[in-house]
Design a protein around this ligand. Sequence first.
Ligand SMILES: *Cc1c(COP(=O)(O)O)cnc(C)c1O
Length: 361
Amino acid sequence: MSRVFNFSAGPAALPEQVLRQAQEEMLDWHGSGMSVMEMSHRGKEFMSIAAEAEADLRELMGIPTNYKVLFLQGGASSQFAMIPMNLIGRTGKADYFRTGSWSKKAIAEAKRYGAVNVTVNSEIDGHFSSVPAADSLRVSADAAYVHYTPNETIEGVEFPYVPATGDVPLVADMSSTILSRPVDVSRFGLIYAGAQKNIGPAGLTLVIVREDLIGTPLDGTPTMFNYATHADNESMYNTPPTYGWYLAGLVFKWLKGVGGLEGMAAINQRKADLLYNAIDGSDFYSNPVDLACRSWMNVPFTLADSALDGDFLKGAGDAGLKTLKGHRSVGGMRASIYNAMPEAGIQALVDFMGEFERTRG
Ligand SMILES: *Cc1c(COP(=O)(O)O)cnc(C)c1O
């Protein structure tokens, strides 16, 4: 068996150690005689798995006790609706930052539930390649919350700061950056993320929400879309995504083993530096994003001659470097280098890029 370096934007690579442990425990979890997939979510075995995963996540992120952690389904995309349904009612209005493809989708959905004030729009000539300076942000006094996307997965644009929003709750779509470095959770009203990038397998969606924001949904909000339903029932009102929850727990343990989010951040910084330095040090590759807001997790880059894209992808694939094709809306390449991508994977990519430039550039 040989494993490749998988640069997919999501579902993405998982730590090999986690996969091996899941494999070992697949048929018989801790002497239970069954797979985690086969367990009742209300049985004592799964309850212990669930509680331990939450405790480890709380420890890793330093989540204050007045926040609920919800293990949901529906992906980050469901949160685009669930957030306004639960949070916009207080004033009927919310501020949204428009900084790339995912925030655009969040905005389009929120407009169905209230007045959306787009207070930041960083699109220039059809491209998103920067975010505004922290001190230029304005928050509407009557906004029920401010929504932003700290890391735009498709464009590779990441906020280098957490926006200051005063008393107005800050809501963050952290799908592609959660757990990549420490964050001060108390700065946020709500953090959400689909699991398939930095947490675990697809099908699990994490929501970390301050308790005072729960309980005032819009009239007509379906039971399953009401945060209170899940907060009041430990995310077990209905059947949760049990196997994804378990695997997320293994990933949290793995993160603790690499030194928590501080340790992970140091590794991620080295990985990103290695790749960006290779891009910046060549006349053949380029990345369009402002230096200050380059993503640690998603690195788009183009070749000087796009006619060579196919050959690049073919050669990379032959060298075990997979899923480097850029998003169809951006073109070129994109290397997603989430937590589970080892430094050796970046080194192999940088080596291949250098060789390709020498022989074909
Ligand atoms: C991948 C992604 C999404 C969509 O997630 P789903 O779980 O597929 O709904 C939303 N926002 C961001 C920032 C993403 O990276």
